[in-house]
Write a protein that binds this ligand. Structure first.
Ligand SMILES: [Ca+2]
Length: 362
């Protein structure tokens, strides 16, 4: 398709394009990394957002998530109770990053345990049952393998009740983790339309699904061919993504960096977005110009150390360039740096933040 695109452009304009870029998020992020790994000549620079790159591992993890919530009726977390989790996590951790804004800068440091919400007895609207606490803990912790070892990262606290996060992916009536994983194992792995999630056996079914890894996965850290021909890669991921765990992208970035430290340091950047949901929206600033940033970089500018993100009253409109009201701006910082308020001026203005090493004050 990339070659056809070049030929069409050359035929129509009389000149081949000077550069070719690929941008995608979620499954598009998986495709973006597939391009970088398997077809390194196709594109000069690539943006991969919240990549679903570890597909066959992720499907096993998704089934674990589904079973944690839906295997037993007492573990199901009603949408109305998601606010309890979010409010308790925000109350515990919002100011740890120096700004009380309803957003957790790095939610890994929160250490939130939903046991603080457990009902003294029975089930009330204002607390979680023991089964619900266990299910929530499992979603935060992440999936374990057949031997109980950590297998895939979990989900972050701080935006559980934001529509489009936990309700859509993890806990709601048609939680998409269960839908995706059931269809994967039912149709792509077992070719059995009768297959049911209750039959999931981690060791057996994960191994069966792995047979599709060479086709579906794009989590190889070997970007050598792409980087050695001068390719640039921007990765980004929202910290409050409930579809694909943010730590999966951090792990991928670190694997690439470990494999080719010099090339990655020069040509790969990761931006984690606090309070951003899956590819768009969320309580944190989540609209930013990754493509413009990539273009400037590819044309010879310095490697990007920051991108300014905006939170709009309507993020989709803001993203599409339709009229929308900006509510807050904030720099996203090249990993592992984080944005810290300078202590002066509005905390809704990116100009009053600097990128610093994690753990440091500004
Ligand atoms: Ca905060």
């Amino acid at each position: 398709a990339a070659g056809t695109g070049r030929a069409v452009i050359a035929a129509y304009y009389g000149n081949a394009p000077r550069a070719a870029y690929f941008q995608g998020c979620s499954d598009g992020g998986r495709e973006a990394l597939m391009e970088a790994q398997r077809y390194p000549e196709d594109y000069d620079a690539i943006i991969a957002g919240a990549p679903a790159n570890a597909w066959t591992r992720m499907m096993a993890a998704f089934m674990r998530d589904d079973r944690a919530v839906f295997a037993r009726p007492e573990s199901a977390i009603p949408n109305a109770k998601l606010k309890l989790l979010q409010d308790a996590a925000i109350a515990q951790c919002d100011t740890k990053d120096g700004v009380k804004d309803g957003v957790l800068d790095d939610p890994r440091g929160c250490g939130f345990d939903p046991a603080v919400l457990q009902c003294k007895a029975g089930d009330e609207a204002t607390c979680l049952t023991a089964g619900q606490v266990t299910a929530a803990r499992t979603l935060y912790r992440g999936a374990l393998d057949a031997k109980g070892r950590p297998f895939f990262p979990g989900y972050m606290p701080g935006a559980e009740a934001v529509p489009g996060t936990w309700d859509v992916w993890l806990t709601g009536p048609k939680a998409q983790h269960g839908v995706f994983a059931t269809e994967f194992y039912r149709y792509m792995v077992h070719s059995n339309p009768e297959w049911q999630p209750g039959a999931f056996d981690f060791a057996r079914d994960y191994a069966a699904g792995r047979r599709l890894a060479p086709l579906l996965d794009s989590d190889s850290p070997d970007l050598g061919a792409f980087l050695k021909r001068g390719g640039k890669l921007i990765l980004y991921h929202g910290w409050n993504d409930a579809a694909i765990p943010p730590e999966n992208t951090i792990a991928y970035f670190e694997a690439v960096t470990k494999r080719l430290p010099a090339e990655a340091g020069k040509s790969v950047r990761l931006f984690m977005a606090p309070g951003m949901s899956h590819c768009l929206a969320g309580p944190g600033p989540n609209v930013f110009d990754a493509l413009g940033t990539l273009d400037t970089w590819r044309q010879g500018g310095p490697a990007p150390e920051t991108m300014i993100a905006t939170k709009f009253d309507n993020d989709l409109f803001g993203y599409l360039g339709f009229p929308a009201k900006p509510l807050r701006t904030r720099p996203l910082c090249a990993w592992p740096k984080v944005a810290r308020w300078t202590g002066k001026g509005s905390t809704d203005d990116a100009a009053n933040f600097t990128c610093v090493a994690p753990g440091m004050k500004s």
